[in-house]
Structures are given as structure tokens and as C-alpha cells.
Write a protein that binds this ligand. Structure first.
Ligand code: PMT
Length: 403
């Protein structure tokens, strides 16, 4: 679970004067959406790009601009903010702010505040590529890293100044991802977790296939949560519309056979395998080289069985390895899930009632029951897949081999 209750967390966002200041607005909005409290400190240059009133409206708090303006307490409020912050994000962080922080200079509200902070600080450099690659800036960034600041690497691409190269501020959701990671306890650190996600596609010609509506959301949520909790995660995913999670090693596959190959290649090194993927049990016996032409009124497709990846993993399970399965069922959840738990030699199976709009395939929420070899059953309430992912990891952390 996150070490800080995200809904209670207090975050300070520092905004300095770069064109990417507008992304700071979206960042503040996303942090607020998770229920965290946000306070914003802007440099005077930042106010040339975005008005403080925008940050005030979105954060629901006054924006700190100057140490000596406003209330009598303004000159010490940065100390209070520094003391109460669970984490700080500076986005965008200009070469100037980075340089001042690296040298211990405190000449405005943001730089003074930053020197007083003892909680984790994420620095998100954003500037023209030549400035970013300048040896002095690189040296300052390296020094900040040495001092314990977390640097969120800028992306490469086209920049506002018309040039191209490294220096672009990452998207707000990626910065938020790093922030949540910082606030999350690392109880899976040192564990290697292989997670499968999404559907498989079983083609019968180059453009048509048999599949299912798995969106990958449940498996990706698990991969992100496990990564945030310090695990070394490998995500093996069927085709989805989701962006690969940042900092998670991802292998994309198409068919069940390809998923089997990828999983078997890596499962031996995994402490925990979680099979969330909706793997097709059957595939067409023959795959045409060219698109099949419309023909007679009836067409029979002969299907043959795919390898059962999880069953094979259960047969090969090494001592100490944990195998977690999912069971997508439309009826008799307990009977079907416990049968799979037993037959596949699993340590836990997540029984998932599917066929509802708010649970199972493609939904943002999920409702599951957990079945254990001891016969214990735990039925969980409907919740967001991201939240459920953490609850599932909590249960996995409590399994006999993990404790
Ligand atoms: O991706 P989402 O849209 O977020 O939806 C999530 C989900 C509904 C896909 C997920 O929560 C879920 O229930 N996944 C399991 C789907 C499934 O294929 O269940 P199953 O009962 O058919 O398979 C049982 C277990 O064996 C699963 O862990 C499955 O990955 C595995 N299996 C199945 C067949 C096969 N050939 N090889 C396997 O390894």
C-alpha cells in the first residue's frame, strides 16, 4: 500500500519560468484528482507564462509568489510548507532553478523553500536542448542527483523554440506516476514479478482473428502498482490501446503461442507470476496467407487447443515461486475458480465475474473474490482497478512464501 495515504498527502508544486509551465496546470489538476492537497510556489518568471490565479483556482490554495508580500506570516510560510510537504515536484525546472538549488542559493520564494525541504523532491528539467546539454547544467543535474533529488528525465522531441532534442517536460500523467511511486512504500523491492495482461488474437487470415474484450487495464494497473512498490516488473501484454507503463519492461505479443513463449522464457527468473491475460483457449487450425474471400453461405472454422500457459507454469513451479491466476467467469464463480486454482497449482486465484459493465472486461472498476488453497475466500467490494491492484498485492505479500 502507499506509505502515505494518497488522499491525505500534501504536495507542493514549484513552477518556474518555462513554456512548459502550462503542463504544471494539468499536473496540479491530476494531483488534486487523487485527493491530495496541493500548494503552488511560482517564480516571478513563471507568472509570465501562466497566471497565479489559474493555479489558485485549481489547487484551492493561495499561490506563494514572494517571501515578503501578502500576509504577515508570508516570510515564514515557506518553512511551514516545507515541514508539512510529503513530497515536492518542481515542474518545469529551468536551468536557473536547477543551478540555484545545486549551489544552495536562496534568493526567491521557490529557491528558499527548496532549501528548507526534507521530504522527497522531484526535479523535472525542461528547457531548450542546447541549454539542457550544456556541461554546466548537466553538472548541476548530476550534483542534484548526488544530493538525493529525484530527476525526472526530460523527453526528446520537438521543442517550443523550434529545435528538436532532449528538454521537453514529460506529460503530467508521467510526472504524477513518479510522484505516486515516491509516496509508495517499497515492500516488493527485490522481487521480480512477471505479469501478463490483455487479450490474445488468434488469426485465421492476416486481417481477421478470434479474441475477447480484455483491455489490459487490470494487468497494467497491477504492473504499475508493483513497480511503485519497488518490484522489478516484466509485463507481457497482448494488443491493447494502453500506453506501456513508464519504467516497466514490456514485451508485446499477439497470439497465445507468442504469449506462452514470452512467459516461459522469463517465468523461471520470476518470484511471482500473475496471469491477468485473457488467453484464447483455442486458435484456428489453419491461418490463411491472404485475406479469405467471401464464399458459400456456411463456413466452418476448425479450432485447435492453445497451450495452457498457467497450467504449465503450475507444473514447473519452483520452490518459493508464487503463481497467481485470474478466472473470468459468467456463472458459478466459486466452483470454476477453485477448480482452476487446484488444477493449475496456484497460490491464489482472483475470481472475476465478467459480463457486467462495471466489472471485468474493459471496465475501469472490478469486483472480485479471492480463493486460496486453504479454502479461504475473500469477496472484495467493487473498486477502481488501480486500487484493487494494491489490494491484490497486499494479499500476495501476505501469502506464506512471502512472509
Ligand atoms: O483487461 P481488462 O479489460 O482489465 O479485464 C480484466 C480481465 C477480466 C481480463 C481479468 O480480470 C481476468 O479475469 N483475466 C483472466 C481471463 C481468463 O482468461 O480467465 P480464464 O478463466 O479463461 O483463465 C484462467 C487463468 O488461466 C487465467 O489466469 C489465464 O491467464 C490463464 N490461462 C488461460 C488460458 C490459457 N490458454 N492459458 C492461460 O494461462
Amino acid at each position: 500500500m502507499p506509505s502515505v495515504d494518497l488522499a491525505q498527502a500534501s504536495i507542493v508544486v514549484g513552477v518556474s519560468g518555462g513554456i512548459a509551465a502550462y503542463k504544471g496546470v494539468e499536473l496540479v489538476r491530476s494531483i488534486r484528482k487523487l485527493g491530495m492537497q496541493v500548494r503552488v510556489i511560482m517564480t516571478s518568471n513563471a507568472t509570465r507564462f501562466v497566471g497565479p490565479i489559474t493555479f489558485e483556482a485549481l489547487s484551492g490554495n493561495p499561490v506563494c509568489l514572494n517571501l515578503f508580500e501578502g500576509s504577515d506570516r508570508a516570510s515564514i510560510q515557506h518553512i511551514e510548507w516545507a515541514r508539512s510537504a510529503d513530497a515536492v515536484v518542481v515542474a518545469p525546472a529551468t536551468a536557473n532553478v536547477i543551478g540555484k538549488l545545486a549551489c544552495g542559493i536562496a534568493d526567491d520564494a521557490l529557491s528558499t523553500f527548496l532549501l528548507a525541504v526534507s521530504s522527497p523532491v522531484l526535479i523535472c528539467p525542461s528547457m531548450n536542448s542546447q541549454m539542457y546539454l550544456n556541461p554546466a547544467v548537466q553538472q548541476n543535474i548530476e550534483n542534484l542527483r548526488r544530493f538525493g533529488y529525484r530527476i525526472v528525465e526530460p523527453e526528446s522531441g520537438e521543442l517550443a523554440c523550434g529545435t528538436s532534442g532532449p528538454g521537453r517536460l514529460p506529460e503530467p500523467e508521467d510526472i504524477l506516476d513518479e510522484l505516486v511511486a515516491v509516496l509508495t512504500s517499497k515492500d516488493f523491492s527485490g522481487k521480480r514479478i512477471l505479469i501478463s495482461a490483455g487479450p490474445t488474437r488468434e488469426h485465421f487470415d492476416p486481417v481477421r482473428f478470434i479474441s475477447n474484450p480484455s483491455s489490459g487495464k487490470m494487468g497494467y494497473a497491477l504492473a504499475v502498482a508493483a513497480h511503485h512498490r519497488g518490484a522489478d516488473v516484466l509485463l507481457v501484454t497482448g494488443p491493447t490501446h494502453l500506453a506501456p507503463p513508464r519504467a516497466v519492461q514490456t514485451i508485446g505479443v499477439n497470439s497465445a503461442a507468442q504469449m506462452a513463449e514470452a512467459v516461459f522464457n522469463h517465468a523461471g527468473q520470476a518470484d511471482i507470476v500473475i496471469m491477468t491475460a485473457a488467453v484464447s483457449d483455442y486458435r484456428p487450425e489453419v491461418q490463411a496467407d491472404q485475406k479469405m474471400k467471401k464464399g458459400p453461405d456456411d463456413l466452418t472454422l476448425r479450432l485447435v487447443k492453445n497451450p495452457d500457459i498457467l497450467r504449465t507454469l503450475g507444473e514447473r513451479k519452483s520452490p518459493g515461486q508464487l503463481l497467481i491466476g485470474f478466472a473470468a467467469e459468467t456463472e458459478q464463480l466459486r466452483a470454476h475458480a477453485t477448480q482452476k486454482l487446484r488444477e493449475k497449482n496456484l497460490d491464489m486465484i482472483v475470481g472475476n465475474l465478467v459480463g457486467r459493465t462495471d466489472s471485468g472486461f474493459a471496465a475501469d472498476t472490478n469486483q472480485v473474490s479471492l480463493f486460496y488453497p486453504t479454502g479461504n475466500v475473500e469477496t472484495m467490494p467493487l473498486m477502481e482497478k488501480q486500487k484493487l491492484a494494491h489490494h491484490l498485492l497486499d494479499r500476495i505479500a501476505g501469502l506464506p512464501t512471502m512472509t
